[in-house]
Every structure is written in structure tokens, then in C-alpha cells.
Design a binder for this molecule. Structure first.
Ligand code: ADP
Ligand code: MG
Length: 576
């Protein structure tokens, strides 16, 4: 146990005992119980919004839904002990359905859609008073009488279970995927993540938290008011998560406790409510963008900085030793002659513009093909057609003989490693984690430890071992292209698509890149590379394909293509 863990454990024990110590004014067991259930439901919103980055504006709907569903069942004669879990299950099922509908929409529509859902839930509760109690609320009788301390014990136990479950679930592969998705959805898909499915999963799990916390709270206070499922309550939930520290484990607990306590000490008067939220927001935005949890973390690290304390985790020395180029790259040799990528009469039209027009060529295993052409020639669009980012307007794309023209991006990702013109790495994740992300979503998955070992070996093979444990944003831009190449080629995908990998690199870095590509080629990888650096193209490419105005105008060995008068006119003429 580190000093930090010790401090957290002590703080938690103190927090749980707080209502009995009577040192904090207004912090009664009743208030602490309300806070515990509220915090439990906020863990869900923290997962959806804080970690997953999905702006759910109507989350209170799923806090109120299970109570109403249970109430309805009880009206129809279902025993309470059965109606409560059934209500929770119903709320989760509805969340699953709502997720299916909204997660495919762009972020803003997801926000508006969930907002609308909260209006609907509050609206239904008000519209059918015979079933919901209408504006005065639905009265709920707990099936067992727990007493003050019993409820508080249930609150603490369920919150502790919720936090533990969150800590257990939101780590490793799942956490990395969420952070990537939040940072860059396209990069997530290109690395093999089924983004709508992941979002639906996050939304459903998060809503399950909302539902469990919500129904416990409703039975504790014995009444469910329609506004508790509405938009205001949803926005207040969001405020509590942000004030507490969105994305952090204890953020929802701190936010719920802080806000509820402020209400209580300010006399519980409803007319202070907006002011408390408003000021809370201001203070957080101005002084603690990472919320109360972030402020506490900062204070803690400031207090412990002077001590020698925790040393940085020692890098895995076994894989560090394998730093020689190619040392640990999986040596899955492929037939040197087989065709990997076949692009046949491919077309992409944007309205009247023929961005790619009837283009055919192929890339064999163990071959490097350079795709060149002036700006606007259609090179990046062609890459997008091959990786599935844009649907084809015509033609076929085959990979090792299989037609992949209809496969979604994340499915093609298994066989295609791609780098972008502007690297799409997650800046606040370590270099190692950025590469582990690639292993996470390949079809031949291994354990977390094995993925980390492979990622370390991959970085070592690209001469990047020293950066493994540093966040990408702290590393010079010049290395980002190389890190992205290490990521794209991790896991030994048969095809690599590299969009201008040498742009912005120093001569030394270009040389390192060329060596890396030659090594991948020798392993049998098919490499298609868009590049403007002609010296680089001449050194590495086995074949050059020239595009202009969407059409393929020349193809062949580098020297002969570059000597072609048509290419000279179209390409070099356009550059000068
Ligand atoms: P290159 O990568 O060779 O510079 P692009 O593939 O980016 O060229 O672009 C080819 C042509 O297609 C350009 O005229 C560009 O403006 C157009 N284009 C690219 N993407 C889109 C899009 N999503 N919608 C409309 N036009 C596009
Ligand atoms: Mg381009």
C-alpha cells in the first residue's frame, strides 16, 4: 500500500463515520444517506460524460424511471420485492434502447436527444397522475423497514460496491478505449473500435448506476417527484459531477457531498439552490478545472513532492534489452509475390466532383508502393476508401482476395494499419498506452501484460523505448509520426497505409523511417505510402503510382515514372 492509498483509506473511513462524529454541522445520517445514493447514481453519469465524453443531458430520466416502473408494477399487484429489481431492469432496457437510437448521431444530437428524453419522462409522470401520482409525486413504501442506521449502512455499502465496481471495470483496455473514443472517434475506429457499440455499452452501464442509485434514493425518501426525472435534475447531476471532478473515481462522491452539504448549511432553502450551483460552477471553472478531486490530488502531490516517496515505475528491463531494430517484431513471413491490396476501378464522387475516378492498381506483400500526385489529386480520399472512412461510389477493394468494400472501418482495421497526415495520437496518454491501444482491438487478443510487453518491444524496435512511459504531449512533434507508425504497424497487419509519413521530419528521422519501412517490408507487409519527398520515394518505393485530378496517370518503377514527361508536367510542374 502506497502512502496515497493509505491516505485514501483513512479519508474514506473518516467520511463514513462523519455523521456519527458530529464535527460537521448539518451532516446527519439522513443527509449522508441521500448523498450516498445520489453519488451512486452519479457514478453512472461520470462514466458516460466524465470518462466517455458523451454529453448526456437527460440522465435524471434514468434515475426516476425505475421508481415509476416499480410503482406501476406494484399498482398491478406485483410484490414490492419483485417490482424493485424489475423496475431497475426495465430502466436499463429502456436505456439500452435509447442508446441504440442516439449513439449513432453526432455528439450534439446525442445531447439534444437525451435532453428530450428527460422532458418525455417528466412529461409522462405529470400526464398520468393516476399511475404516477402526478405533480405531488408517487408515494413509495419500502418493503422492509430499515431504520436510520440501516439505511445509512445500505447507502455506504451500495456506494462502496459501486465505486469498487467502477474501479474494477474502468481500467486497462476499456479505459484506454474510452479515452481514445472521447479524444478522437475516427482514430478509435481506425484502431478497430466499434464506436457506436462502445458508446451504447457505456450508456447502458452508466444508466444502470443511475437506476440503482435512483430507486434506492426514491425508496429512502419514500416519494418520487416528476421533476426528479426532468431536465433540471439532469443538469444539476451534471453540475455535481463537474464540481466533484468529472472522470475521476471519487468525483461523483465529492460533488454530491459538497453540493448537498452546502444546501444543508445554507438552510436547505430552495431559493439558494441556483446560487449554490452557479457559484460552484464558477469556482470550479476558474480555480479547479479538474473539480474537487483534481484540487485534492494537486494539494496531495504538492504536499508530498519534497519527499522521495514513490519512484517512477521501473521500465520492464527484459523488453528494454531488446532494443535492436527488428529484434522483437513478430516474424510472420508472407509470400513475397501474393497480392495484398487490389484496388479495381475505384471511384469516389462528392456531388459533381470526381475526387477518385476509375483508379486501379495493386500492392503485393513485401512491396512498398508510393502514391504521389499534386494536392487535391485524390490521394487521401483513396486512403479513406481503402480504410472504409468513405463509402465507394464505384469499383472494388480487395484484401488478400477478399472483397472488403462493404466492411465497416473497425472491421477493416484488423488487417489495415493506418497513419494520418496529421498524427492522431492521444496526447495525455503515454506513448506505450497509445501503442497498446492497437493491440487491444486486434482479433488475436492476449492478456494485458502481454499487450504491454509487445507494445514495449514495438517501441524498442522503432528506437522509441525511452519515450514509452511519457505522455505523448511531452514528446517532440518530430517523433509523433514515428510513434504513429509504430502503432499502425503493431500487431503485424498485412497492409499499411501511411499518409505523408516523412513530412516535417529531419534528415535523420527520415533515415530512421526509411529503415523502419524496409524492415516491415522484409517481414512481408504490403505498404502503400503517400509522400511528397521525392528523394524518400526514390529510396524506398518499389513502385510509384501517380494520380492527378482523381485519375491514375502513371505507374511503374520510380526512375521511369519520374522521367515520364506527363508526370513531369502534372506533378513537378504543379509544384514549381
Ligand atoms: P490529396 O490528398 O491528393 O491532396 P484529397 O483526396 O484530399 O487530395 O482531395 C481530392 C479532392 O476531393 C479535392 O478536390 C478535395 O477538395 C475533394 N474532397 C476531399 N474530401 C471531400 C469531401 N469530404 N467532400 C467534398 N470534397 C472532398
Ligand atoms: Mg492528402
Amino acid at each position: 500500500m502506497t502512502p496515497r492509498h493509505g491516505a485514501i483509506a483513512a479519508a474514506l473511513a473518516l467520511a463514513a463515520a462523519l455523521p456519527y462524529l458530529q464535527i460537521l454541522p448539518a451532516w446527519t445520517t439522513a443527509l449522508a444517506t441521500v448523498t450516498a445514493f445520489m453519488a451512486l447514481s452519479l457514478i453512472g453519469l461520470n462514466l458516460i460524460f466524465g470518462v466517455g465524453g458523451m454529453l448526456a443531458l437527460g440522465q435524471a430520466a434514468f434515475v426516476a424511471l425505475p421508481g415509476y416502473a416499480a410503482g406501476l408494477l406494484i399498482k398491478f399487484g406485483v410484490p414490492t420485492m419483485l417490482a424493485i429489481p424489475a423496475g431497475v431492469v426495465a430502466a436499463i432496457a429502456i436505456a439500452r434502447l435509447v442508446a441504440e437510437i442516439f449513439v449513432r448521431l453526432p455528439g450534439i444530437y446525442f445531447a439534444i436527444g437525451t435532453l428530450g428524453f428527460a422532458f418525455v419522462v417528466e412529461g409522462l409522470a405529470r400526464a398520468f397522475p393516476a399511475y404516477t401520482g402526478g405533480a405531488s409525486g408517487l408515494v413509495l413504501d419500502p418493503p422492509v423497514s430499515l431504520g436510520r442506521d440501516g439505511w445509512y449502512a445500505l447507502g455506504v455499502a451500495s456506494l462502496a460496491a459501486g465505486i469498487l465496481a467502477f474501479a474494477f471495470l474502468v481500467r486497462g483496455r476499456f479505459l484506454r478505449s474510452l479515452r481514445l473514443m472521447r479524444h478522437d472517434e475516427l482514430a478509435a475506429q481506425v484502431l478497430g473500435i466499434d464506436v457506436p457499440r462502445l458508446k451504447a455499452r457505456v450508456f447502458t452501464i452508466g444508466s444502470a448506476y443511475s437506476a440503482v442509485g435512483g430507486i434506492l434514493l426514491a425508496y429512502f425518501v419514500r416519494v418520487l417527484a416528476p421533476e426528479s426525472g426532468g431536465v433540471n435534475a439532469s443538469l444539476e447531476s451534471l453540475a455535481m459531477v463537474i464540481i466533484g471532478g468529472s472522470g475521476s473515481l471519487f468525483g461523483p462522491v465529492l460533488g454530491a457531498a459538497g453540493v448537498q452539504w452546502l444546501f444543508a448549511v445554507s438552510g436547505g432553502a430552495a431559493h439558494y439552490e441556483l446560487l449554490v450551483y452557479g457559484l460552484g460552477f464558477f469556482l470550479v471553472v476558474l480555480f479547479a478545472p479538474a473539480g474537487m478531486a483534481g484540487a485534492i490530488r494537486r494539494a496531495w502531490s504538492a504536499a508530498t513532492r519534497s519527499r522521495p516517496g514513490e519512484a517512477a515505475p521501473a521500465a520492464d528491463s527484459a523488453s528494454q534489452a531488446a532494443a535492436g531494430p527488428g529484434a522483437e517484431l513478430p516474424a510472420r513471413q508472407r509470400q513475397g509475390s501474393g497480392v495484398c491490396l487490389e484496388v479495381e476501378r475505384v471511384a469516389k464522387h462528392f456531388g459533381g466532383l470526381r475526387a477518385v475516378d476509375d483508379v486501379s492498381f495493386e500492392v503485393r506483400f513485401g512491396q512498398i508502393v508510393a502514391l504521389i500526385g499534386p494536392n487535391g489529386a485524390g490521394k487521401s480520399t483513396l486512403f479513406n476508401l481503402v480504410s472504409g472512412i468513405e463509402p465507394l461510389s464505384g469499383g472494388r477493394v480487395r484484401l488478400a482476395g477478399r472483397d472488403i468494400g462493404d466492411a465497416p472501418i473497425h472491421v477493416r482495421a484488423n488487417d489495415i494499419g493506418r497513419s494520418f497526415q496529421v498524427p492522431r495520437l492521444v496526447g495525455d496518454m503515454t506513448t506505450l498506452d497509445n501503442v497498446v491501444l492497437r493491440f487491444d482491438h486486434l482479433s488475436d487478443r492476449a492478456t494485458e501484460d502481454e499487450h504491454r510487453r509487445r507494445a514495449r518491444a514495438q517501441l524498442a524496435a522503432f528506437g522509441l523505448a525511452e519515450f514509452a512511459d511519457r505522455p505523448v504531449r511531452e514528446i517532440g512533434i518530430g517523433y509523433h509520426k514515428l510513434i504513429e507508425l509504430a502503432r499502425a504497424s503493431a500487431g503485424d497487419a498485412p497492409l499499411l497505409l501511411l499518409d505523408e509519413p516523412a513530412v516535417g521530419l529531419t534528415a535523420e528521422e527520415v533515415a530512421r523511417l526509411a529503415a523502419a519501412l524496409q524492415r516491415l517490408k522484409s517481414l512481408g507487409t504490403a505498404i502503400l505510402v503517400v509522400e511528397h519527398n521525392m528523394d524518400f520515394v526514390a529510396t524506398i518505393a518499389d513502385e510509384v503510382v501517380v494520380m492527378e485530378g482523381g485519375r491514375l496517370i502513371a505507374r511503374g518503377a520510380p526512375a521511369s515514372v519520374m522521367a515520364d514527361p506527363g508526370v513531369q508536367a502534372a506533378y513537378f510542374g504543379a509544384l514549381s
